[in-house]
Design a protein around this ligand. Structure first.
Ligand code: KIV
Length: 285
């Protein structure tokens, strides 16, 4: 049976009913197909693309055009999940006009249903402008990787009273600005619980404990496809790198030993046609 496309109303209903929301990242067509087939509610085409797919040191280098390219592939594969495109560094910070125009590209060209951007109160006016243009926005507070230089590294946020209160104020400001949901990244579980109880929009946690309305993970982390480092909050559901490496080594060995390709992977010509071919070649000599 064909499943119904997930909408913002479905996500809000899940929060109301206390049903947990699932979200994973995807960056290409085959992965998007799999995430859809698994029945995951939401896909984030995250700017984590920069690190786990494009091999950059951090998320800052990825461009609008690169994000759109991958969004297009994901939207071709995933028909049921709610699709969120991650606005890359400097695509929304310079001006509200530029932010609205870039957000629009995610829906118009990339086939996304919404955009995500990082930041708290300071981003409220920009978020409002994007929402006013009819584009749903997901907020992202706590550890915001685009501010890695300012934060001084990938570290847990909101551990002291002042920082925790700021996170709560940020979450309320994002809700007020019109966000339909907020990602909470790398914050203490009890702070995430306080935020989740105070906002009426769904909170989606990554390293924010079990009390959020939903959970998101970077797919390359949870299947073991990216092993440069693994944050504490990642649960590895499989280690696909090991399986892929085994397959690649098997191919190398088979080719080197002349085992692959075997007859089952080769095309044949009839004896008659082959004899005629040899005769033709003999005539030429
Ligand atoms: O880019 C990304 O994958 C993200 C998640 C870590 C939430 O922003």
């Amino acid at each position: 049976m064909e499943r119904k496309k997930v909408t913002i109303l479905d996500l809000q209903a899940k929060k109301r009913k206390g049903e947990r929301i699932t979200m994973l990242t995807a960056y290409d067509y085959p992965t998007a197909l799999l995430v859809d087939r698994a029945g995951i509610d939401m896909i984030l085409v995250g700017d984590s693309l920069a690190m786990v797919v494009l091999g950059h040191e951090n998320t800052l280098a990825v461009t609008m055009d690169e994000m759109i390219h991958h969004c297009k592939a994901v939207s071709r594969g995933a028909k049921t999940p709610f699709l969120v495109g991650d606005m890359p560094f400097m695509s929304y910070q310079v001006s509200k006009t530029q932010a609205v125009a870039n957000a629009g590209r995610f829906l118009k060209e990339g086939g996304m249903d919404a955009v995500k951007l990082e930041g708290g109160q300071e981003m409220a006016e920009t978020i409002k402008a994007i929402v006013d243009a009819g584009i749903p926005v997901m907020g992202h507070i706590g550890l915001t990787p685009q501010s890695i230089s300012k934060l001084g590294g990938y570290r847990v946020q909101g551990r002291d009273i002042k920082a925790a209160l700021k996170l709560i104020d940020d979450a309320l400001a994002l809700e007020e600005a019109g966000c339909f949901s907020i990602i909470l990244e790398a914050i203490p579980d009890r702070v995430a619980k306080l935020i989740t109880e105070r906002v009426s929009i769904p909170t989606i946690g990554i390293g924010a404990g079990p009390h959020c309305d939903g959970q998101v993970l970077v797919i390359h982390d949870m299947v073991g496809l990216f092993d440069r480092f693994t944050p504490k909050f990642v649960k590895k559901y499989t280690n696909i790198n090991v399986e892929i490496l085994k397959a690649l080594q098997g191919f190398k060995e088979d080719v080197e030993k002349g085992i692959f390709p075997g007859p089952e992977h080769s095309y044949s010509i009839s004896d008659e046609a082959y004899e005629a071919l040899l005769a033709e070649l003999g005539k030429e000599e």
